[in-house]
Design a binder for this molecule. Sequence first.
Ligand SMILES: Cc1ncc(C[n+]2csc(CCOP(=O)(O)OP(=O)(O)O)c2C)c(N)n1
Ligand SMILES: [Mg+2]
Length: 299
Amino acid sequence: MHHMDKIAIALDLLRLRHRQQLINEMLKKKAFGGLPIHVAMGHEAVAVAVKHVMHRGDRLLATHRNMHYNLALGDSFEDIVKEYACRGDGIASGSLGSMNLCQPGSGIPYASSILGNNMPVACGFALADLAQKNDAVVFVATGDGAMEEGSFYESLTFAKSHGLRIVFLIENNDMSMSSTIAQRRCPIDIGLFSEAFSIGYQRLDSNHIFEYVQALTDVRSLAVKKSEPICVEIITKSYNQHAGPTPGWPTDPKVVNLAEGSILESSSSDAIHVLKESITAEEYDQLLAKVVLEKEPEL
Ligand SMILES: Cc1ncc(C[n+]2csc(CCOP(=O)(O)OP(=O)(O)O)c2C)c(N)n1
Ligand SMILES: [Mg+2]
């Protein structure tokens, strides 16, 4: 990977964390009214990697937790924030809010608050690409909770049967609202599940942004070469509550304060910590100094 590409990617990653932290601070102040807003702190690496891997014509279909994708791929932070407040001058004229926010001009034609709903829609987009002989790839995000919907299984069956180029991004944060996987269902080995479909499987757990970009580049190439779907499981830690601000209540053990900086945990679960270890201290400080200048947009 070229050094300048790495710097641009690192800047995007740091900016995405900072913007989510700004939104978290705004949520603490109840800046947006009552609609649920799902922050995705901890999920930044996959979103920035997808941005840098997507080709012209590729699409990403998102879920209720789409902030990382919309902020990474979208143009205007301010207009997205206004949308969260459902204002007429928001990026979707206040009609979509957060959970259904899509930005067709930025490669996100669809997002759905209904778990599992975006996967059949992704099949439709990929089928259209095939019919029109486009080489495009459709990325579709889902969660460890949403993959329990029958549409996950149905969409994989359809995608494999019709040779659709779909990258299923399964963000496994071991959380569905307030339940862990062990609390609500049997474990599912997505690698074995993919093997049963005779499709590829890639597990990403390092939160190393440059590794994620490389891995998703390879995944995308394989989807095109074989003309078939692929499952990517991203092991993710969410540093925020399911929705709303973090902390969410006075005794909430999860605390995120912008004043304490961009690194939320000194471990391989935090992509910002991993980034700091991957570039020089001087590069890190210079990039961070650029992004932290940004303040909360005025509403
Ligand atoms: C069909 C449907 N059932 C239930 C819900 C309520 N709901 C919203 S988010 C959520 C948890 C989703 O968990 P997961 O897919 O793992 O995503 P995460 O929130 O962890 O990112 C649930 C049950 C819904 N939106 N749609
Ligand atoms: Mg989850």
